[in-house]
Design a protein around this ligand. Structure first.
Ligand SMILES: C[S@@+](CC[C@H](N)C(=O)[O-])C[C@H]1O[C@@H](n2cnc3c(N)ncnc32)[C@H](O)[C@@H]1O
Length: 503
């Protein structure tokens, strides 16, 4: 991680306090300001977990910087599915004439028409990636009220200016908008770079994750925390964003989201947050070397005469040295990152089945604490894979495999309870798999006659509760709503029926 980076807000954020904070308020929350994280949202009343805190339509949305060849209406990749049509008004490429109705294309369509700006002649052009930023800038010309909101959003220019991203913005956005499209009189350099920053710092990814970003001003006021109490989901059909409470949020408490990778270790989270949002998180989890006792980043000492001690980084240690708890062995941050990168690459690419994942977990034992995020990710994958992968069915699991699935689900849940408690989708998935394993075990036990009916009934009652909790989580998460409906219509009814028959 190298040197600590200060988070003190610069003039842009200070100026933002002069903006009408009321714009960002609702019955449930108010907007406040701190010199460390700028504006943030705070609960006005007690908010119960599962509550819909906010539902918002995008202020603007468009392709992300560096996107190539796409439909300017629906943003489909026209390299994969060639554009068959053109916008009848501005002539830019579109999949079909239906894409012309896209609300996102209105402002750029008007400008391209008025200024006679033609689409790039080349099939592959990164100019398309400047359209998202242009759409933000066009609020200045066509929607001044919305421009006030857009231009008040945090851009972190003071930090971005010193990073390679600034040159990338200049090459792929500044030059395209101001020089190629001839808009240097219309938009100053400062405005273009600030709009780039607003997208980077506040943008939510929707649709094809790598290509399409949107600005939801109210949601973007929510501060980051590595143990968040709220989460967002985007409805892909109408691009609305919903924020739900993952936990009970008492009145006066900050509403927080995890901007990225809550299920990674501190080194990875901090690096990603700085790279994408330009700040260093100082939440309680980041400040705790053991990540609040979870050992999510803890390594096992590999020194020949030790192999037992735990390797931790003291967060106040500027040099980023990892020290063994039992011997003088140390590792640098760079060496740790290299090690993590190597194991993460294996997890991402070369564990094709349950057997390979179980073997990998054995290998991990000499390097990582059992709760380290890398073995934990594999354990999560295994929870989902046992009885599901490659066409092999849940009821085909042996009793031993079902117990293994159950054990893994409990292990993962324990870590989630510490680090991402509440109604997260990950928790919903694990609960769903846990009840499935438990029900299978109970059916086998009943058949074998090795367990009393009363005990089996108690276990099935618990499995039912677990299933209900999983369904409640899926119901608030847009991409999982269908699964919730299916589970209610089938699994839940079957389980209740079975429980009734266990008299
Ligand atoms: C999406 S914006 C949040 C709204 C912003 N605070 C504002 O006033 O417009 C994200 C930026 O807010 C700041 N921020 C959010 N959470 C933070 C935290 N936990 N610690 C420090 N800065 C934070 C960072 O500058 C980050 O890049």
């Amino acid at each position: 991680m190298g040197k600590k980076r200060g988070n003190k807000k610069g003039p842009a954020a200070a100026a933002a306090t002069n903006q009408n904070l009321k714009y960002f308020e609702s019955d449930l929350f108010q907007c406040d300001y701190s010199p460390i994280c700028g504006r943030f949202l705070k609960a006005k009343v007690d908010i119960k977990k599962g509550t819909l805190i906010l539902k918002e339509k995008p202020l603007v949305a468009g392709p992300k910087v560096l996107s190539t060849a796409l439909c300017v209406g629906c943003h489909a990749d026209t390299l994969k599915t060639p554009a068959k049509s053109k916008c009848t008004k501005c002539g830019w490429p579109m999949c079909t004439s239906r894409c012309e109705d896209s609300p996102f294309h209105k402002l750029d369509c008007r400008l391209f028409r008025e200024k006679k700006i033609d689409h790039p002649a080349e099939i592959i052009s990164t100019d398309y990636g400047a359209i998202g930023i242009l759409r933000g800038l066009l609020l200045k010309l066509y929607q001044p009220q919305e421009w006030k909101v857009f231009s008040s959003l945090e851009h972190n220019n003071e930090i971005r200016k010193k990073l390679p991203i600034w040159l990338e913005n200049e090459k792929y956005v500044g030059k395209v908008i101001r020089e190629k499209w001839g808009l240097s009189e219309t938009f100053s350099e400062e405005e273009v770079y600030s709009a780039c920053g607003v997208y980077e710092v506040n943008g939510f990814e929707i649709g094809d994750f790598s290509k399409f970003g949107a600005i939801f001003p109210k949601a973007s006021m929510i501060a980051h925390d590595c143990i968040p109490n709220a989460a967002h989901y985007v409805n892909e059909d109408d691009s609305t964003l919903e924020i739900h409470a993952l936990l009970d949020i008492p009145a006066g408490t900050n509403i927080t989201m995890c901007y990225d990778c809550s299920l990674k270790g501190t080194n990875v989270r901090q690096r990603t947050l700085f790279k994408t949002k330009y700040f260093t998180c100082k939440c309680t989890r980041c400040m705790s070397p053991t990540e609040l006792g979870s050992n999510f980043s803890t390594l096992i000492c590999t020194a020949n005469n030790c192999k037992k001690g735990q390797l931790l980084k003291k967060t106040e240690d500027d040099e980023g040295i990892w020290k063994c708890s039992r011997c003088p062995f140390t590792m640098t941050d760079e060496a740790v990152d290299k090690l993590l990168g190597k194991y993460q690459a294996t997890v991402n690419k070369s564990l094709p089945n349950v057997k390979a994942q179980e073997e990998f977990l054995q290998e991990c034992k000499s390097v990582f604490h059992p709760n380290h995020y890398i073995p934990l990710e594999v354990k999560f994958n295994l929870c989902m894979a046992y009885g599901r992968e490659n066409g092999y069915k849940l009821h085909e699991l042996s009793q031993q495999e079902a117990y293994r699935k159950l054990e893994l689900c409990h292990e993962v849940l324990k870590a989630l309870d510490l680090l991402t408690p509440g109604m997260t989708v990950v928790r919903g998935n694990i609960l769903y798999e846990l009840q499935a394993a438990e029900v299978l075990i109970c059916r086998n036990l009943l058949e074998s006659g090795k367990c009393s009916k009363a005990l089996i009934k108690r276990r099935v009652q618990n499995a039912l509760k677990t299933l209900v909790e999983a369904i409640q989580i899926f119901e608030i998460c847009d991409p999982m709503k269908m699964l919730a409906e299916n589970a209610k219509a089938t699994t839940l009814i079957e389980l209740k029926g079975w429980l009734n028959s266990l008299k």
